[in-house]
Structures are given as C-alpha cells and as structure tokens.
Write a protein of this length. Structure first.
Length: 586
C-alpha cells in the first residue's frame, strides 16, 4: 500500500524546486524598529543640546539679544501676541509662519526666549529621528544610523536651534514632508497625496523657496503613480486606488492642497493692500534679495547696498526699498511693482555681464559645497570663542558634501521613481535657490540632512567594499575614496576676506549689544575684534570712540578710534566733532 508523502513542517522546504523567489522579510516599522544604537545616538544629541544651552546662556550676549532677521521676527511675534493678528497693512516682508509660531508660543509660555530655544532643540531631536526614519525607507543596512550620528556631529543644526530664525522650523517641516511623500509613494492614496501638498504649502509659509521643489515633487508623483508595480490595492477592497490608476488626478490633488495651504498668506496680502500679484504670493523680499545677490558688488554672499541709500537697519529695509524704487522711477509704486523693480535690476546686471555672472555662479558653487559656514546674522565661529561646547560638534560641511556627492554618484542610475531620486530632487531645488540668490549657512541647510544620508550611504558602501573578498569591490572602494579626498581638498578652501568681514560684523553687533547692556569694557573688546578683522569697518571705530570717550573716560584712546573713522571715511563730520570736543584737531 502506497504511503502518502509526509508534509514538511511549517517553514521548511518541501524539496520541490520552484522558480518563484521568496519575498523579502518585512522590515519592522514605527517604534518596533527602534534599536538601542539609535537611542544612544539621540541621547548623545540630548546631552549635547542641554550642555550647549547652559553654556550659551552663561557666556553669549546673544542669548537675549537679537540680530537682523531675528530682531524682526521677535518684534513681529510680540505684536501678533498683543492682538495684531493681521500683522499691519503691508505685504508680508518675511515669510509669516515663524512669527505666528512664535506668537502662539509667547501666548502660551510667556515672552521669554527660553521656551523658544527649548522647543526648537526638541524639534532638532525630532529631526534626528526623521533623518533616521527617512534613511530606513531609502537605504539599507547601517546607513540610517550612520547618518543620524553624522547629523549629531554637524554643529550648525544645534547652533541654529538657539536662534530666533525660521531655519529649524522649516527643517522639521521639510523632513516631515519628505517622510510623508515616501509613505505616500508606497500606499498611493489621494488622502496622502493631499496631505503632502498641504505640508509642502505650510513649509513654504516658513521658507517660500520650497515652492521651487513643487514641480520636481509633481514630476516624481507622476513617475511613481505610473509604475505598474506600484499599483496597490486598498485595504479590504477589490479596486485599485484612483491615484494609482490616474496619475494626473493624484498630481492635481497634490497641487490643489499646495494652493490651499499658501492661500491664507496670499489672500491676506491682497486684502490689506489691494495688490494682487504672484510676486507677493507669500512675502515680498525676493526682489531686493535677488538684487543683493546679483550686482556689481556681488561676491556670492550677502552684501550691504549702502551706496544705493540703504541704512542697514533691517526694520527699515522694506520702507527704504520702496522709497528708493519710487525715487528711481519718479512715481508711486505698489509693493508688487517694487519687488519687480529690484528683480529687474538684478536681471539687467546679469544680461549686461554674462561673463561676470558665470564667475559669480562658480564662486557660489564653491561656497555652497565648502566647509565655511557663511552667515548674515550669527556665525558659529564667533560663538565658539565663548560657547566652547560647540567644539564638540565640529563635523565640517565639506566632509558632508564630499561624501554626499559620492553617495549620490553611486545611486544616480536608479529609476526616476525611486525614493533616492526624490531626495536628490529636494537637494537640487535647494541648490538652485542658493545659486539664484546667495550662499548662507541657513540657506543651504535644507540640503544638509539629505546630503548626510547620502554621506552615510557612501561610508557604508566604502566599508563593505574594503571588507569584500572580491577585488572589484575593493578597487571600487579605493576609487571612491580617492574621489572623496579630491573633493574634500577642493571644498576645504582657505577662508577669504569675505568671511572675515562677516565675522567682523558679528563682533561689531556684539559690541552694540554689550553697549546696550551697559557692559562697556566688553563692548570695546568686541569693537577691537571687529576692526582687527576688517579695518574698513569705520562704524566699529566710531562706536568704539563713543564708548571710550563718553562711557569709560579714556579720551586719548577715543581720539585714536575717531581718527580710525576718518582714515576709512574721510570728512565724516560726527567723528571730526568728537575729536574737537576732546581738544584736538582732526
């Protein structure tokens, strides 16, 4: 009697050959995927932020003294918190989301900046988790953990979290947007695509340049929803999701929710001014910033246009740019016309000087990828002089850029609908914005988390290549290492005078803040640092003279400071009067 073959126990092979491949093991998701190495890395981030905030409070004049845009945001938020919810009767000069965010926080926790710094530090920790989470959806192996560790060591993240600037909020929103888009690419429901559009629009309210990413996001959505293998069935239904079958409908939903999110700012600008224009879609600063970035004095960084009649007072810039534009045209102008006037000034210079513009773009490229952290307000190198905990996070951006480019090159041939391509698209959009305007640490920072992810991918790939028994893998690892070292050598350029001028300006502003706190000796020290770095800074000489002569009763040193003013700005009447006041001739 024939005996029936015994069935193999569950999980054991039956002995029959089959051509079907076993499905890959499912990756755990959510909190079940968190491992102790990640917890240790994030706890290191917590410890560094606590130490930094305590050190910052004890040793920096900027703990409660704002600079430039931070000063504007702080005053704006206080007006909103006091009841001015429409924020005046002119177009938003700066993106509006951050001041409203601050205003709500001031209402809830009081006007102390401590709550802002603590909350933004917590957002920075959330960003570490988002980097890890995005990494798990795009890369395999140890890449997410390596990238998170690199993000902890990149001090500019932590540095910007203690400043009243929109950088950290925009970074959190941008990372959340990318995480959500990756989830939407997997599940492809209209609700998720709508949520992505809504989040992109909200991010644009904090950082309007994000809108430049919208066309690339649409391109990726069309690619990912067309892919036949991406058509997924809804849970407990027998019909394909509509987004998967009609890509253009998914793109339309995404676009509609971007518009919905941005519309409150657009409608408010229109209601209070009666001026409808795409140039004032969110804020009106694009025109003057474009001119500041593309003019005969431009060098790829922020430049002060004092010769055109600007005072340098950030709170007066909106009024000054309107006054100067009306003076040049000889007629009253709407805010949208003012924006277009300054935009056209920049474009006129570009078309009249194509060669100089190309050289300027080359300089911007070098500075975008370089290690030096250029800024218009706060500079990490100046703060490190007194807040020593910042030295614990000293990973240079040039290292991130060199390794990140290696990681991008290694994955550049992937399908256009791949998650890695979405990250590259975001980096490309941010890079384009910086190349159109000027280089600043906080302007290139949206690219940093994604370059860090690709840098982690490069490190993991090199480590596996060197450990591989295959000669081809080891050769590739050596080749990538050589390219990375060459790139790093290029990106580690020497600090030029432009950087010194920026650092000098921070010392000058620190002197002014110390003066306002009646710490006159400290103010003189900062003014001296400013003129030592930038001898052309006659304002620092003048303020130093006033402090020495009027507050510290040291007339001989004051006269020497005033003479420094006249060496750089001959005929400056206030300095000449002060010298005569102390009994000498200019």
């Amino acid at each position: 009697m024939a005996r029936a073959a015994a069935k193999p126990p569950p999980g054991q092979p039956s002995g029959k050959r089959t051509s079907a491949k076993a499905p890959p093991p499912e990756q755990p998701s959510g909190w079940s995927a968190v491992r102790w190495p990640l917890v240790a890395v994030i706890l290191a981030g917590v410890a560094l932020r606590v130490a930094y905030l305590l050190d910052y409070r004890a040793h920096s004049v900027f703990w409660d003294a704002m600079l430039l845009d931070a000063e504007i945001y702080d005053a704006w938020a206080r007006r909103i918190a006091e009841g001015d919810w429409l924020s005046g009767s002119d177009v938003f000069t700066l993106p509006p989301l951050y001041p409203y965010f601050l205003a709500v926080l001031y209402k809830v926790a009081g006007s102390s900046h401590v709550a802002v710094y603590v909350l933004q530090s917590m957002m920075g920790l959330a960003n570490l988790y988002l980097i890890w989470s995005i990494g798990r959806k795009v890369f395999a192996g140890a890449v997410p953990l390596i990238a998170t560790a690199l993000a902890v060591l990149y001090g500019s993240f932590m540095f910007m979290e203690s400043k009243l600037l929109s950088t950290t909020l925009a970074l959190t929103l941008g990372l959340s947007l990318m995480r959500l888009m990756l989830v939407a690419g997997e599940h492809q429901t209209l609700a998720l695509w709508g949520a992505c559009g809504l989040l992109l629009g909200v991010t644009a309210l904090a950082r309007p340049e994000t809108l430049l990413f919208a066309p690339l996001a649409l391109w990726w959505i069309l690619r990912v929803t067309r892919a036949p293998d991406r058509l997924v069935r809804r849970a407990r239904t027998d019909q394909f999701d509509l987004a998967g079958r009609q890509p253009w409908f998914a793109a339309a939903v995404f676009t509609a929710f971007v518009i919905i999110a941005v519309s409150p700012a657009t409608m408010r600008n229109w209601v209070v001014t009666g001026d409808w224009s795409l140039s004032n879609l969110i804020s009106s600063q694009a025109g003057i910033t474009f001119h500041q970035s593309n003019n005969p004095k431009a060098r790829g960084l922020y430049v002060f246009l004092d010769e055109e009649g600007f005072s340098g007072d950030p709170t007066a810039q909106a009024a000054e740019e309107k006054t100067l534009a009306e003076k040049a045209t000889g007629r009253p102008m709407k805010r949208s016309e003012v924006t277009r006037y300054w935009m056209n000034r920049g474009l006129d210079w570009i078309f009249a000087n194509p060669g100089k513009f190309l050289l300027l773009e080359a300089k911007k490229l070098q500075r975008f990828l370089g290690s030096y952290e250029y800024s218009t307000e706060y500079i990490i190198y100046v703060e490190r002089e007194t807040v020593r905990t910042l030295w614990l996070c000293s990973l240079p951006f040039g290292v991130i850029a060199a390794l990140g480019l290696i990681g991008i090159l290694a994955r550049f041939r992937e399908k256009l609908d791949s998650p890695a391509m979405l990250l590259m698209a975001f980096v490309a959009a941010n890079f384009t914005v910086v190349m159109l305007f000027y280089v600043s640490s906080r302007y290139r920072m949206p690219s940093a988390p994604f370059l860090i992810l690709f840098a982690g991918s490069a490190i993991d790939r090199l480590a596996r290549g060197f450990r591989s028994p295959l000669r081809a893998d080891r050769t590739e690892a050596w080749m990538f290492t050589a390219v990375a070292l060459v790139l790093l050598g290029i990106f580690q350029s020497q600090v030029d005078q432009s950087a010194r001028v920026q650092e000098a300006n921070v010392h000058y502003n620190a002197g002014n803040k110390y003066y306002g706190k009646q710490l006159f000796e400290e103010a003189v020290v900062e003014y001296r640092r400013a003129v030592a770095m930038d001898a052309s800074n006659w304002r620092a000489y003048f303020n130093m003279g006033n402090t020495l002569g009027e507050r510290l009763n040291r007339p001989a040193e004051a006269i020497e400071a005033y003479r420094g003013v006249l060496r750089k700005n001959p005929g400056f009447a206030p300095a000449e009067r002060q010298i005569r006041r102390f009994g000498e001739e200019p």
